[in-house]
Design a protein around this ligand. Sequence first.
Ligand code: ZN
Length: 214
Amino acid sequence: MAQILPSVFGANILHLQDEINFLETENTEILHVDLMDGTYVNNIAFGPNQIAALKKASVMTFDVHMMLANPEKHIDDVIKTGAEMISVHYESTPHVHYILQKIKKAGRKAGVVLNPGTPENVLQYLLDDIDYILIMTINPGRPDQTFIEKSLEKIKNTKKMISDRNIQIEVDGGVNIDIAKKVKEAGADLIVVGGALFNANPKASYQALKNAIQ
Ligand code: ZN
């Protein structure tokens, strides 16, 4: 069954505790947290200390999406936040396999993220080390973009590649109600949503998003 993963980057930072309470009242299982370093992507957000503090204030599972240069330098700090799911960009390091091993050794779920220009078959020799594949459906760190339609083909091809392995497909970027339905039909299991949820009427928007992926 597919599920919606609210992205904390889309929430109101001045009312973060209220936003977390709202998401928990709505039975949210997984919170998506973007970690951006200003180098791998232009934006800067949510360092390990802030993520650890948020984690203490919540019962949700944390899915940390590392958008970092040299993630091998930061992975220990990210593991220390207590996040249950951690993903690394394939393009961000020559040491993807090493980082995946570190995440798995710490008992967390390990994900690899693919930018829009990266084909899914680069993961061929990593499939036994991965719990989820995060397919970027916009370019990372630039939230003011629209969903890249070509991503639907990539989700389908990724699903074929995974075959009967126990690997989930996550989708991140530009998802609204219509697109949530499309990516779910293409094979996405975990659907990250920011702006389409945290708007003037989050309760109604959340329900509409959940309905769209039933
Ligand atoms: Zn993300």
